[in-house]
Design a protein around this ligand. Sequence first.
Ligand code: ADP
Ligand code: MG
Length: 247
Amino acid sequence: MVEVSNLHKAFRAKKQSKQVLSGLSFTAEPGRIYGLLGPNGAGKTTTLRLISTLLKPDQGSIRIDGLDTVKESRAVRDKIGLLTGEMKLSGNLSSRESLRFFGELNHMRREYVDQRIDMISKKLGMDDYIDRPIDKLSSGMKQKTSIAVSIIHDPQVIIFDEPTSNLDILATKVVNDFLLDAKAEGKTVILSTHVLSEAEMLCDDIGILLDGILAVNGKKEDILATQESGRLDDVFFALAKERGIVS
Ligand SMILES: Nc1ncnc2c1ncn2[C@@H]1O[C@H](COP(=O)(O)OP(=O)(O)O)[C@@H](O)[C@H]1O
Ligand SMILES: [Mg+2]
């Protein structure tokens, strides 16, 4: 379980301070997928980096299975699997070698790592290229390798930042099915995306980030029921209208 409460974060650049998050609160539960939605620049990646201990909140707190992300960051890191676009894999190592390397970083036994690699490779359809150098892989293959790296230690909490951006339809389906399996296994999944159809299909709970706060937060069915059409794009449109972004 991930409990975010009253999160504030500002970035300072050239003597100016830009408030990105102003009092964000939500809970992501085991066996459910929480979708963090919002336009570019809304603060989705910042929120996921805060949850993953890569940033410290200015105010507020985050607990992961009861552990505080600032005071108990090491223990938190063992519990989470983070995928973001910032971590690009490259080089002469193969996917398998990279996975072994990250397994070692996570203090995993070699046999257990190899067992995990076989399982994940099958699940993500990586068997054909797992021993090829990463530099020779397509962007979709690289993305699947990054996903495999992020979950090599079998984390209880899965945090994926726009996992399917730049993927083709088939690879997108593999990744989305992977997330649904993780949910079925009782993992807590937090996903950011700006693809509304994907969120509508995958998520159990949804938060819409606008102007640094969650303009909407709750069960998907309840959120969709606020619109006659029952569609997420209309929920977005209504919010934008309320705020004078569109007329
Ligand atoms: N390290 C940083 N330093 C300064 N500004 C940042 C930093 N990271 C993000 N920002 C700013 O914070 C805002 C939110 O960014 P981000 O969390 O990446 O949004 P999203 O993922 O929703 O597109 C943007 O205005 C971005 O420019
Ligand atoms: Mg982002």
